[in-house]
Design a protein around this ligand. Structure first.
Ligand SMILES: C[S@@+](CC[C@H](N)C(=O)[O-])C[C@H]1O[C@@H](n2cnc3c(N)ncnc32)[C@H](O)[C@@H]1O
Length: 266
């Protein structure tokens, strides 16, 4: 049986609560959980691609928001060796189903499912966050993602974007879009850059992972990009790559990149 995509539901104007009632059937529809997103599973090839794009591996704790039948959390552990995974779903029936699937696959020591509202859960420990929600839900989550997740956390969404926060990577697999964002560190503000034995005052502006800066004595300024705690920027056509550590950014070795510089918050 072919599974309808969530995008086709999202394009309808019916309220999601009503859609959820229609989807879960008349018995439960009398007391439906007030779902923000109806249940539509991600096709297995798309699950595989989401986890590949996030480069899930043995150091990763993955959280799937709105975990449905648990396929993403289970596959993260079973197929990609994640150290642990958590699925959160508001619908008790989905949580029962996901727990049954984890039991059947023999992964209950590493995969857990919690019933509850994804907006009420602490997700700050995630190394990888996955979601197949809706644009409106993603946008409500965006400040939580930017303000509570560690820099470097990978966020993967099936089908829906995060508005004007451009993905670091995106792919189309079997007709479905998959987006990857890497949570950027926060670097906006005043810095002192020590370079070639001189000190320069730098003011950095940041919009998600994109960084621009004014540098005294360098009218063209700097332009850069954050990948978690790693800042890549160009200044006077030279490439700089640095690692943010507390209030310092230190040069790291990278092909073609300048060495012997440091920046610290002024
Ligand atoms: C489109 S399905 C995605 C299921 C699974 N992540 C996947 O990709 O196969 C969305 C899921 O979110 C759940 N959900 C909806 N609103 C929620 C909320 N506020 N908190 C937690 N889960 C919610 C639904 O019950 C449903 O299982």
């Amino acid at each position: 049986m072919s599974v309808p995509s969530l995008r086709s539901f999202a394009s309808l104007t019916l309220p999601v609560g009503l859609l959820a009632g229609l989807l879960i059937g008349p018995a439960q529809a009398q007391q439906p959980p007030r779902l923000d997103v109806p249940y539509v599973p991600t096709p297995e090839p798309v699950v595989a691609h989401m986890l590949k794009l996030a480069e899930v591996g043995p150091d990763d704790y993955l959280i799937d928001l709105g975990s449905g039948d648990g396929r993403i959390a289970i596959s993260a552990v079973q197929d990609h060796g994640a150290k642990a995974a958590l699925g959160i779903d508001l619908d008790p029936e989905r949580v029962r189903e996901a727990r049954g699937n984890a039991e059947r696959e023999g992964v209950t020591d590493k995969v857990t499912f919690e019933q509850g509202d994804l907006f009420q859960k602490d997700i700050s420990e995630a190394d990888v966050l996955t979601m197949y929600l809706l644009s409106t839900v993603n946008m409500r989550l965006r400040p939580v993602i930017l303000d509570t997740l560690k820099p470097g956390t990978r966020v993967v969404s099936h089908a829906f974007s995060l508005g004007d926060w451009k993905p670091d990577q995106s792919d189309v697999i079997n007709g479905s879009s998959v987006f990857l964002w890497i949570v950027p560190a926060k670097v906006a503000g005043q810095w002192t850059l020590e370079l070639d034995g001189k000190r320069y005052q730098v003011e950095l502006d940041q919009r998600f992972q994109r960084v621009t800066g004014t540098v005294e004595g360098h009218p063209a300024g700097l332009r850069g990009q954050l990948k978690g705690n790693e800042l890549h920027f160009t200044l006077d056509d030279r490439l700089y790559v640095g690692q943010l550590n507390g209030d310092r950014i230190e040069a790291v070795p990278a092909e073609g990149a300048q060495q012997g510089w440091v920046a610290y918050r002024s």
